[in-house]
Write a protein that binds this ligand. Structure first.
Ligand SMILES: NC(=O)c1ccc[n+]([C@@H]2O[C@H](COP(=O)([O-])OP(=O)(O)OC[C@H]3O[C@@H](n4cnc5c(N)ncnc54)[C@H](O)[C@@H]3O)[C@@H](O)[C@H]2O)c1
Length: 602
């Protein structure tokens, strides 16, 4: 949903995106698209064979992300740790040719069952539908584990090579480290860890153990984002000054107590005051098995850090500061990740914001009651460095902030503002990112669609622009892509959003990135095995990874930067400050971290 766009305007925006992509592809400026034609100099993509001259199609995700040479490889034997909502999505979208789920592990009995059965509708298809009755039963009866230690004790028997971790935030680092210790490759869900020191620990472990560590910010593997970013890198939007990211949800309708199923759910832990996906009902079956004593036993060595005080805290982990990271960690981190990629893989300079528990009431208030600690409303502002931003150090030397050579430097005035808002009380605009430049606007909606509109050129009399205007693209403007109004769309184009797998839904394609993220992870594992060496995160003289093409795109350092963005915003809101990001926080080789700096000051 986008604020005031008519269906026609959205159709134009979508077709503009396709048109611009096609026009630039025919000029040889897109890697996400293949162009047909006998004289095409670039034969990189197998899809080009047989394409009519000038025809444009998306390259396959495997080609774009560099794992087209999978043939002949065996699927990676993988265990899923954490079989809840996200574990269900990952199972629903995984490709068994790349990742074979051979075992599962979870402490909640209800979710152990749910991952086998799946759900009738939606993305959580369950293991039965993927592997058939016999294999699903085998996993349910013989290869289901209640604790990570029990799973790891049988890793050799299972022939385990990798794990996918989809557990609550406070447990990511301890579980990932245990698995890496056991020599397993790890794909762990985002946010990377509960605090930055724990992210640094995970990075160090991956290096020491020589295993892959990939973090599940799926936009790094989304063909939709890849194509949009290519257009932006071609200069289609001109000078970007503002990105508006938002994730607004509707969680403010009263929960009907009559709908509470007391055969299924335990009243002891309260009935939700609102229909809210974070503050859920507690299943009786989980409550029976997971007494506080039992949870303590399961909580690794440090219950305060890694455990859950009771089953309600486990079920509602997102709502509490000790177990979750709130709206910034759960939602904002994805969109700030996308914003920093769009702006050229840069880190922000500052963050400030306002947020709090402004809607829900106190836990003991039965009408609005909700004992969550985290904010229900946030609005944060980041200052990012523009392409020509630089600072001077104490000796007057220029310090670049985006690592790019400077043309026409502007210095400290070259700021791009990124705002992120998340509310629980109104989903009218829902979620997406608006990227606003001097020449145009791009809107990435719900990880599923993308639109493009041109700004009106006020220096040209009668020039049209805006949401009703159809465009084509030239590169007349000194190599930069320029949108021009047109009444007739030419040869058309193509986009990842229209290039979904035949008959597939959003969930079953590379558009969202889950499937491709897991496929690439498997590919990297096999490539390192072929080389017969441990995974190396070695860098060259310029600090770039030497083996970047066989390491996850969202490896530890990338994901830690996302965690820093999200977690520092929380500190900014709590302390009411405009916080400057320190380079040392992003350096895994130093112990510096925002939570340490701000605890010292408090
Ligand atoms: N990439 C995305 O778009 C996306 C979307 C949603 C969630 N996530 C992430 O996925 C992770 C899980 O989220 P969720 O929504 O599935 O939560 P969830 O509560 O639905 O599921 C978490 C599961 O982990 C299990 N668990 C907890 N501690 C465990 C332990 N010590 N050992 C084994 N199992 C344990 C729980 O019992 C539960 O079944 C979070 O990190 C979340 O941020 C990512």
């Amino acid at each position: 949903m986008s604020l005031d766009l008519s269906p026609e305007q959205k159709a134009i925006g979508k077709a503009n995106f396709d048109q611009a992509s096609g026009d630039l592809a025919r000029q040889g400026r897109m890697r996400t698209l293949a162009v047909g034609g006998p004289d095409d100099p670039d034969r990189r993509d197998v899809l080009k064979a047989g394409l009519a001259a000038g025809a444009v199609v998306p390259v396959s995700a495997a080609v774009y992300f560099g794992y087209q040479s999978w043939k002949g490889n065996k699927a990676v034997r993988t265990a899923l740790i954490g079989t809840g909502d996200e574990g269900g999505v990952l199972v629903g979208d995984h490709n068994p040719e790349f990742n074979e789920i051979v075992a599962i592990c979870d402490i909640r009995p209800t979710n152990r069952k749910r991952i086998i059965e799946g759900e009738e509708r939606g993305p959580r298809k369950g293991l039965r539908r993927h592997y058939g009755e016999a294999v699903a039963r085998e996993i349910a009866e013989k290869r289901t584990y209640h604790t990570v230690d029990a799973l790891l004790a049988e890793k050799d028997k299972l022939g385990l090579e990798a794990v996918i971790i989809a557990t609550p935030l406070n447990t990511h680092d301890i579980i990932a480290k245990k698995c890496m210790d056991a020599g397993l490759h790890v794909l762990c869900e985002k946010l990377m860890a509960h605090d930055v020191s724990r992210c640094k620990d995970m990075i160090r472990y991956a290096k020491e153990k020589g295993v892959l560590l990939s973090i599940g910010h799926q936009r790094h593997y989304s063909t939709l984002y890849a194509q949009a970013i290519e257009l932006i890198e071609n200069g289609i939007l001109g000078d970007i000054r503002y990105i508006r990211a938002l994730w607004h949800r509707n969680n403010s309708w009263p929960y009907d107590p009559k709908a509470f199923n007391d055969k299924k759910f335990d009243k002891t832990y309260g009935i939700p005051a609102y229909v809210d996906s974070w503050w859920k009902e507690v299943p009786i079956e989980d409550a029976k098995e997971l007494t506080p004593e039992k949870l303590k036993e399961l909580a690794f060595a440090d219950p305060e850090k890694y455990g859950f005080r009771d089953v309600a805290e486990l079920v509602r982990w997102r709502c509490f500061n000790r177990t979750g990271g709130g709206l910034m960690a759960e939602l904002g981190s994805h969109q700030l990740d996308a914003s920093s990629i769009i702006l050229g893989h840069v880190r922000p300079l500052t963050v400030s914001g306002v947020g709090g528990k402004f809607f829900y009431g106190r836990g003991d208030d039965p009408s609005r009651g909700n004992d969550r600690e985290g904010a229900d409303t946030v609005f944060v502002t980041y200052e990012f460095p523009g392409r020509t931003y630089y600072e001077r150090d104490d000796r007057g030397h220029v310090v670049l902030k985006n690592g790019k050579p400077i043309i026409n430097p502007k210095g400290k005035d070259d700021i791009v503002i990124v705002t992120f808002s998340s509310i629980n009380t109104n989903e009218f605009e829902n979620y997406g990112e608006w990227v606003m430049g001097t020449q145009g606007t791009m809107f990435l909606e719900k990880e599923a669609d993308v639109y493009l509109w041109r700004e009106r050129d006020k220096s040209k009399k009668g020039d049209t622009g805006g949401r009703d205007t159809k465009i084509t693209v030239t590169t007349a403007g000194g190599g930069k892509a320029v949108m021009e109004s047109t009444s007739t769309w030419g040869g058309g184009g193509s986009s990842a959003s229209t290039g979904k797998a035949a008959g597939g839904s959003d969930w079953n394609s590379a558009v969202r990135g889950y499937r491709t993220e897991m496929e690439h992870f498997a590919y990297c594992i096999r490539e390192w095995q072929k080389r017969g060496q441990k995974v190396s995160y070695e860098t060259d003289g310029n600090g770039h990874l030497k083996y970047a093409d066989i390491l996850p795109r969202c490896h530890g350092e990338v994901a830690m930067a996302d965690a820093i963005l999200a977690l520092t915003a929380n500190i900014a809101m709590e302390t009411g400050q405009r916080i400057k990001f320190r380079d040392e926080w992003f350096d895994p080789n130093t112990p510096d971290a925002p939570e340490i700096d701000f605890k010292k000051r408090a």
